[in-house]
Design a binder for this molecule. Structure first.
Ligand SMILES: Cc1cc2nc3c(=O)[nH]c(=O)nc-3n(C[C@H](O)[C@H](O)[C@H](O)COP(=O)(O)OP(=O)(O)OC[C@H]3O[C@@H](n4cnc5c(N)ncnc54)[C@H](O)[C@@H]3O)c2cc1C
Length: 337
């Protein structure tokens, strides 16, 4: 085997997978597998929700972004066999073999076992999530009668965003703007009500005081209700039950009673690794996490088979061979026992 024909299989065509494929394009035979045909630039999902950009602006086809040296396979990976070094893809009879496996399937929203959360709230990670949220907002607006009293408008247009990180803050302001514009356009009386519910004692934890003050000012201007130190414990179709974090005051509040919708938002820090196959517990024992872009929180794992030919390090790569070394050692020591 020559140095540049290692079979490098990348699962996931998000930031982690796509940039790994681009960076490694000279290092071996690269295959990128993604369940969707497109990449999604998630930081602009809010602008897609508001109609400021269209799907083609933020979700170009993976094939368009990859160079011709990378083979693209669209399909859902259903199983990974680390011992055999093969990956099964739905609808393909033969599994795909690899020498190096890059595992970058992203994350899923972590509902933390909260009753009703998964069933009755909306995540906000994909184009379809934004489509569903836009539909829910339109349906809620359609329910408001032209002569409704202000308090009825407010009740019908109550939306809660759970999670006061950067994502929750950005989404809530976008929703408040959209709803307020629609109320004005439809000449309705009253105001929408948008809440942020955050477990911590402050918004945008970890972002510094100056930024927090700026965020609080922006939320105040957008008339968004902020409830910190508040933990959601139950979600139904029309209500959210929450407790304050303080033990002395354990109240229940129907924060959004009469609300037709609750959008659940979680930052990646509060997300869970996406599972592929029945069990992902092998990951922690047998993997090396690689941060490919320091500016993004990426969950990318790397597996290298002992029989893998040496990898050539492409120039200017963010994917350094030194990242591979511990993974290779872990793999070799497992094989030797
Ligand atoms: C609304 C929103 C706004 C954000 N804004 C910012 C921001 O401003 N700045 C910032 O730094 N970060 C931001 N983030 C976080 C950032 O988008 C993530 O950190 C980044 O997308 C993670 O990249 P990833 O490659 O690990 O996963 P992803 O981008 O989620 O990509 C994973 C890919 O794997 C595919 N996949 C999953 N399972 C399978 C399977 N079984 N088979 C095949 N393919 C599969 C998925 O379809 C997806 O295409 C934001 C996130 C969201 C949701």
């Amino acid at each position: 085997m020559t140095a540049n024909n290692a079979r490098i299989l990348i699962i996931g065509g998000g930031f982690g997978g796509l940039f790994t494929a681009l960076d490694l394009s000279d290092a071996g035979e690269i295959t990128l597998i993604n369940d969707e045909d497109h990449f999604l630039f998630k930081p602009m999902l809010y602008e897609y929700l508001s109609g400021e950009v269209e799907a083609w602006h933020i979700a170009p086809e993976c094939k368009e972004l990859l160079d011709e040296k990378v083979r693209f396979v669209q399909g859902k990976v259903t199983n990974i066999d680390l011992d055999a070094g093969v990956v099964s893809v739905a609808g393909r009879a033969e599994p795909l073999s690899y020498d190096v496996l890059v595992f970058a399937p992203g994350a899923v929203t972590n509902y933390a076992g909260i009753e009703g959360a998964e069933e009755f709230s909306l995540p906000f990670r994909a184009l379809n999530d934004a489509n569903r949220l836009r539909r829910r907002m339109t349906e809620a607006l359609d329910h408001v009668q032209p002569d409704a009293a202000p308090q009825d408008t407010r009740s019908a247009l109550t939306f809660a965003v759970v999670g006061g990180g950067a994502s929750g803050v950005e989404l809530s302001t976008k929703m408040a703007d959209l709803l307020r514009d629609a109320v004005k356009r439809r000449a309705l009386k009253g105001e929408p009500r948008v809440l942020i519910i955050e477990m911590a004692d402050r918004l945008v934890p970890g972002m510094g005081e100056d930024l927090r003050r700026f965020v609080e000012g922006a939320l105040h201007e957008s008339r968004i209700e902020v409830h910190t130190q508040t933990r959601v414990v139950r979600v139904t179709e029309r209500t959210i039950t929450s407790n304050t974090i303080s033990n002395t005051l354990n109240w229940r509040r129907r924060a959004s009673s009469g609300s037709p919708a609750c959008a659940l938002v979680r930052w990646l820090r509060a997300s869970k690794l996406k599972k592929i196959g029945a069990d992902c517990s092998w990951l922690s024992a047998r993997c090396k996490r690689v941060n490919i872009r320091t500016s993004l929180r990426l969950a990318t794992w790397l597996f290298i088979r002992t029989s893998c030919p040496p990898l050539r390090e492409p120039p200017n790569s963010h994917f350094r061979s030194q990242d591979c070394a511990p993974a290779m050692c872990a793999r070799s020591s497992k094989r030797n026992h």
